[in-house]
Design a protein around this ligand. Structure first.
Ligand SMILES: [Zn+2]
Length: 126
């Protein structure tokens, strides 16, 4: 699969909790799976001296700590709304995008995005 390098390196970012400008501390790496390609992301880690916590530079188009881009998540959401089961979506992602996503992960996304949809019969049986 195609790999794309992405850099999100900032010198200073403001702490999301207290707003204190926080200097770059180190560099982190993460891999984010997107539709049809993989993003290899290098990002800066910062340290807030007020809160005494590490902050990571936010990467566009993905949630913190997620291994998948929001586009992948949104695609699954559309398919659930169309009435596909989590299992079928999981299989379709493998055959169309060569991307293995456990159906439990898809279920968790839908629960976060649309609790009502996640608790209907749609995603579980059809
Ligand atoms: Zn802070």
């Amino acid at each position: 699969m195609r790999r794309v390098k992405v850099e999100v390196i900032k010198k200073v970012i403001n702490c999301p909790k207290c707003g204190t400008p926080s200097k770059k501390h180190s560099i982190g790496k993460r891999t984010i799976k997107d539709l049809g390609y993989i993003q290899e992301v290098r990002y800066s880690k910062h340290y807030c001296p007020e809160c005494k916590v590490f902050i990571t530079a936010p990467v566009d188009g993905t949630n913190k700590n997620s291994r998948y881009s929001n586009k992948v998540r949104d695609k699954c959401y559309e398919l659930v709304k169309d009435g596909y089961t989590y299992e079928k979506i999981s299989n379709a992602m493998v055959s169309v995008y060569e991307m293995r996503i456990p159906s439990s992960t898809i279920h968790n996304w839908i629960t976060d995005m649309d609790f009502e949809l996640a608790t209907t019969e749609l995603g579980t049986e059809k």
